[in-house]
Design a protein around this ligand. Structure first.
Ligand code: NAP
Ligand code: ZN
Length: 366
């Protein structure tokens, strides 16, 4: 890193560049534990944020366990970050010290490719820089996520947090919120749309709230009959238990859009008949090959689509946050201490989260 500092004039090394506390995994087998990390010094367009709250996404668990391959250790997860700005670079124009700010899954992209020019930084053709486990263009090292005291991020990737929202419950909007908002907007969900959400977890509960606020009729498709009451309270109009063949048959031809948030391989064939003609099932949860194989006849005979969607661009994330501010939408959260993270992961694996763990970062700093 020292060499990078000497070669890069915007990377001013000084004695403030001291280690800070973070929580991370040293290998796929190890649990998360305290470890020191160093943040880069501020460039002219950088912002330093004192992290107050960080949501716990199932992707954090996938990354810590290397479920998708490609995790570089040590990894410090966390991409649902809300905090207070403590420093700004000389060229920062949209934020000032003391502002509340959010950071989601992206901290950099090329800014020149066709996707970036369309505000679709998540589809940057040269690859976006993830908030964790990414390659930091400035320091040359890896990016570390929000399970830490502070973060340094270019202002383009920093979001304004509506003042009326509870900051802890706002943190999950930065990933669970935008990941479900983006397909709702892309497939033009509005008044009278019929939307189904598969899986009631972090993403699923935000999908229900956002789709409802956009005016849709919303159904939850779940394996868990014990979540039915919660789903209705969150705004669902009906709950379909995916293992109940009769209930699934009764939903035939209903949905314009199905948002599937299930994190592991599962059979999506039973959901296709519940789509209307021209309907789309969008996968946001599972990354990998579909098993059993996808049958095409039900797709072809109704011009139905199976699609995928990745988080959302920065402008779209700000749009979602503003919408949540106007409609008073936040996540349902269980506030935990940093030291409880390994237990939280165990519970998340059992779908025992109502509906997002959020870490109170005071527990790490104290
Ligand atoms: P979560 O809170 O653990 O919720 C997942 C829900 O899926 C569970 O509550 C459960 O709901 C259902 N489920 C879990 N295992 C299942 C299985 N084997 N079969 C069927 N249903 C199952 O997870 P999350 O944080 O919402 O994340 C969901 C997935 O989205 C993760 O894989 C995460 O990595 C991914 N993700 C993707 C993006 C993106 O940009 N595309 C962004 C963020 C996260 P029921 O009990 O109701 O069935
Ligand atoms: Zn996430």
């Amino acid at each position: 890193m020292y060499l990078g500092v000497l070669l890069n004039p915007v990377y001013n090394f000084n004695m403030e560049n001291t280690p800070i506390k973070a929580y991370g995994a040293q290998s796929a087998q190890s649990s998360l534990d305290q470890m020191p990390i160093v943040r880069r010094q501020l460039t002219a367009t950088d912002i330093e944020i004192d992290i107050l709250f960080c949501g716990v996404c199932h992707s954090d668990l996938h990354a810590a366990k290397n479920d998708w391959g490609g995790t570089v250790y040590p990894v410090v997860p966390g991409h649902e970050i809300v905090g207070r700005i403590t420093k700004v670079g000389s060229g920062v124009s949209r934020f000032k010290v003391g502002d509340m700010a959010g950071v989601g899954c992206l901290v950099d992209s090329c800014s020149t490719c066709a996707s970036c020019k369309e505000d679709l930084e998540q589809y940057c053709l040269t690859g976006f820089t993830g908030t964790y486990n990414g390659k930091d263009k400035h320091s040359g090292g890896r990016t570390f996520g929000g399970y830490s005291e502070k973060i340094v991020v270019d202002e383009h990737f920093v979001l304004k947090v509506p003042k009326n929202l509870d900051p802890a419950a706002t943190a999950p909007l930065l990933c669970a919120g935008i990941t479900t908002w983006s397909p709702l907007r892309h497939w033009k969900v509005g008044k009278g749309s019929n939307v189904a959400v598969v899986g009631l977890g972090g993403l699923g509960h935000m999908a229900i709230k956002l789709a409802k606020a956009l005016g849709a009729n919303v159904s939850l498709i779940s394996r868990s009959p014990n979540k039915e009451k919660d789903a209705i309270e969150l705004g669902a109009d009906q709950v379909i238990i995916s293992t109940d063949v009769e209930q699934m048959q009764a939903a035939k031809g209903q949905f314009d859009l199905i948002i599937d948030t299930v994190p592991y391989v599962h059979d999506i064939n039973p959901y296709i008949p519940t789509l209307r003609v021209n309907g789309t099932l969008v996968l946001v949860g599972y990354l990998g090959g579909l098993e059993p194989m996808l049958q095409t006849i039900p797709l072809i005979s109704g011009r139905k689509s199976v699609a995928g969607s990745l988080i959302g661009g920065i402008a779209e994330t700000q749009e979602m946050l503003n919408f949540c501010g106007e409609h008073n939408i936040v996540s349902e959260i269980e506030l935990i201490k940093m030291q409880d993270i390994n237990h939280a992961y165990e519970r998340m694996l059992k779908s025992d989260v109502r509906y997002r763990f959020v870490i109170d970062m005071a527990s790490l700093k104290g």
